[in-house]
Design a protein around this ligand. Structure first.
Ligand SMILES: Nc1ncnc2c1ncn2[C@@H]1O[C@H](COP(=O)(O)OP(=O)(O)OP(=O)(O)O)[C@@H](O)[C@H]1O
Ligand SMILES: [Mg+2]
Length: 253
């Protein structure tokens, strides 16, 4: 869903998973051709650089191992930046075998053993979103409390069920109701209630509108490494903690 907070959620969830008391090794992968997560972690110079990128790695199975060379070191996490060439990726991989499993294969070729890999996706459903779902097997959905989220969410969950039918189960880790403005108007209240109906199927988190989140993005870090205090750190921290618990349960099950 366009502008719903996918990139903000990705960077701050990755930041929360990587904070010192958790101490996890985290990789953030920017699969959006627009490269907002790349810019928001300070790697915009890689976006147009004349170097191999995810494009080569995902279109040429013989070059899958080169994914290791794409990893950039950020103060909080590792990052695989997007590249402007990704705009041509969907068209290209549609004609290749294993269209939806390219990212899964490439992430398997990473030699470093990450505790968590967070993937930021483009706003539209399509091969890149499908690749991300198949590779991750997990899903965090940011949504804005506006009416157009209803159809967008229904369409997304339909697509998730299709992926589940063909590939694997997808764990629904969280619905992040993002950019909630207080005081709320009637429309926002209606949507907050509407989302609450999902509560038995997916944990719900509320992230309020906070300019500090924008400023952290401008500074190339998550809210956790940003100098400014922000009360929304607690929400990302809760999301990260719940994901940790869920993964531990899966491992011990
Ligand atoms: N909780 C929030 N408070 C204030 N600003 C926010 C919040 N969440 C997101 N924003 C701002 O809204 C804009 C869109 O957010 P973001 O880039 O995370 O959305 P997106 O879903 O990744 O967008 P796209 O569909 O273009 O990839 C950004 O400028 C971001 O800084
Ligand atoms: Mg984005």
């Amino acid at each position: 869903m366009g502008g719903s907070g996918k990139t903000t959620t990705s960077i701050n969830l990755a930041g929360a998973l990587g904070i010192e008391n958790r101490g996890h090794d985290v990789l953030l992968v920017d699969m959006d051709p627009q490269g907002a997560a790349t810019e928001g972690t300070g790697f915009e110079d890689r976006y147009r650089a004349d170097v191999p990128s995810l494009y080569e790695v995902l279109t040429d199975i013989d070059r899958e191992d080169e994914i290791n060379d794409l990893i950039q070191s950020h103060q909080e996490m590792d990052v695989i930046p997007a590249h402007e060439q990704l705009f041509g990726l969907e068209q290209e991989i549609q004609n290749l075998p294993k269209t939806e499993e390219r990212l899964e294969g490439a992430l398997d070729a990473i030699t470093h053993d990450y505790d968590y890999i967070v993937i930021d996706t483009p706003p539209h459903l399509g091969p890149i979103a499908n690749n991300s779902l198949v590779a991750a097997g997990n899903l965090v959905v940011p949504v804005n409390p506006v009416r157009r989220s209803i159809r967008a969410l229904e369409t997304l969950f339909e697509q998730v069920r299709i992926i589940e039918k063909h590939y694997r189960d997808i764990e629904r880790l969280g619905l992040v109701v993002n950019d909630v403005q207080y005081p709320t108007d009637n429309d926002t209240e209606y949507m907050l209630d509407w989302f609450d109906d999902f509560a038995d199927r997916i944990p719900i988190y509320h992230v309020r509108n906070r300019v500090a989140l924008k400023r952290a993005w401008n500074s190339g870090v998550s809210i956790f490494a940003h100098e400014e205090e922000c009360d929304m750190e607690a929400v990302y921290d809760e999301l990260a903690g719940d994901i940790e618990t869920r993964v531990q349960e899966e491992v011990s099950a």
